[in-house]
Design a protein around this ligand. Sequence first.
Ligand code: NDP
Length: 328
Amino acid sequence: NRRILLKQRPQGMPTPDDFAIVEAPVPALGADEVLVRNRFLSLDPYMRGQMDGGKSYIQAIEIGDVMNGHTVGEVVESKNAAFAPGDLVWGPGHWQEYAVLKSPPLRKITGSHSPSAWLGPMGLPGWTAYVGLFDLGAPKPGETIVVSSATGAVGALVGQLAKRYGLRTVGIAGGEAKCRYAVDELGYDVCVDYKSSDFPAALAAACPTGVDIDFENVGGAILDAVWPLLNSHARVIICGLMAQYNLKTKYPGPELTHLLKSRLTIRGFIISDYAGRFPEAIAQMSARLASGEIKIREDITDGIENAPSAFIGMLQGRNFGKTIVRIG
Ligand code: NDP
């Protein structure tokens, strides 16, 4: 039973030296357990974070542990009445040839799909694409969506779902072959190669009416190029940050990895959109001022002629409280 272990924590981009391959005996089965010969192993970006150790939204892999991940395999021996040799199964089989698993999480796979599809459209990528697009993206037909890593496991599904839903789909991918595939096979309206020298301009040209949804799989310079194209009320779905997982120093700007891991919401607003809330807000503030629940401080300058200097002072932080000019 060959297994791949985490040998050491990577510094930046992982190297083969961070892994070890070992031979281990196939374990004996306990009550209710099932021995699975793994046939397909899913490799996913989240594993990179697990290699770092420390506290995160997902459990770290300790040095010396088998690298973890989901597999599709075949039952070879079973002490569980629900599974028989030859059954195709899905479960956390990890980076190894044989796994001993229990149900749950072990699940039987049926149907006509190729077994490996349970690691793609019917696995983590499909689940992520569907929920990210429809639940978080709140798409409306006719809108423009940008999908980075457009041909990847998640991105390819997002692009196809979005196109079917009536959105204009703009992919971003690395290299001409991936871009051609995105348009010809996946049905993106257009795909922009982020490795081309004029990428930000090409992306802007591909989005003549701006961007309503950014399904962000990459971050870094890709997100920087999408940012100025976002329309009013656009939704930016930070699904992943491929460009940032292996950086040794922080990418400039707010720490989006924290945003992702802590499921933060960043939401812009302009108060004039909330005219209907004006009466309640003002009545509440009036009552709270009258009761003393709210304190105010005013920074009053006398004379209209002093308005410019008071204004400039406010911009420079010389005001202390609400800046007001007393006229006459
Ligand atoms: P992919 O199949 O998309 O593979 C990764 C791709 O990322 C590469 O093929 C490459 O595509 C792109 N990439 C890598 N580095 C860079 C870079 N520096 N700049 C631009 N592109 C880069 O992986 P998945 O579909 O499995 O995952 C896609 C994203 O979804 C990841 O960020 C992942 O973390 C995230 N994810 C998030 C989940 C969640 O719960 N939030 C769940 C599942 C996935 P190219 O050649 O086009 O650049």
